[in-house]
Design a protein around this ligand. Structure first.
Ligand SMILES: [Zn+2]
Length: 214
């Protein structure tokens, strides 16, 4: 049945479960850090799970037509209309794909919490990378042997894991601003991001639709 906004997509329960199991995992639920008005917490990810479950955030598998993904990307978040695009048959049991899902869910948290705010796009990317690496640190039985290793040739991963390590045992803390600037520079100079960042350095999130019930 179509809603009054013409929004009639209902998420596939198996896809909701696939993403939710990562967001509700202990490693993701231990994430707790702030940056400006953003506060990335267990509760914030649970709000994303509810929005996925209610189809307020849609989930689509990439089909190469209406819903596309860049090559080598497992998932992507789109703010308008709110949706997560995932690779078909994405294996949500690999650390690499779990990182991708936490990263994209953090963009959904930003959309939810920073509704109506103009934010620096580099900050949105930086905080998603930090969340992704906090997840990896929490998911690793031995933090000296991470279950997923940062690529030493990718400054984004190297700096993001360094910031995440500094935050891991300080719930509610904020990253060091100088380290955030270095991470922002690394993102800006990455060819994946540089064009978008230069053309649209600021974005305004428009929120995630609230549930019909309180
Ligand atoms: Zn991102």
């Amino acid at each position: 049945m179509a809603g009054d906004d013409g929004h009639d997509h209902v998420n596939d329960a198996a896809l909701v479960a696939k993403i939710s199991q990562v967001l509700l995992s202990q490693a993701c639920q231990r994430i707790d850090f702030r940056w400006g008005k953003l506060h990335v917490t267990a509760k914030a990810y649970r709000a994303v799970v509810l929005a996925l479950s209610d189809s307020r955030i849609d989930i689509f598998e990439a089909d190469g037509a209406e819903h596309t993904l860049d090559p080598n990307v497992g998932a992507s978040y789109i703010g308008n209309p709110e949706s997560i695009i995932i690779r078909p048959h994405l294996n949500a049991h690999t650390a690499l794909n779990q990182r991708a899902l936490v990263h994209e869910a953090t963009h959904a948290v930003q959309d939810d919490q920073l509704n109506g705010e103009w934010v620096w796009r580099l900050d949105d990317e930086a905080t998603s990378y930090i969340a992704e690496w906090l997840f990896v640190i929490h998911a690793s039985p031995n933090p000296d042997h991470l279950i997923s290793k940062p690529d030493p040739d990718d400054p984004i991963e190297v700096i993001a894991v360094e910031i995440a390590r500094a935050l891991a045992d300080k719930p509610g803390a904020s990253p060091d601003p100088a380290a955030m600037r270095r991470l922002g520079d690394a993102i800006f100079h990455d060819p994946t991001y540089s064009v978008t960042m230069a053309l649209h350095p600021w974005i305004r999130d428009d929120g995630v639709t609230k549930p019909d019930f309180p």
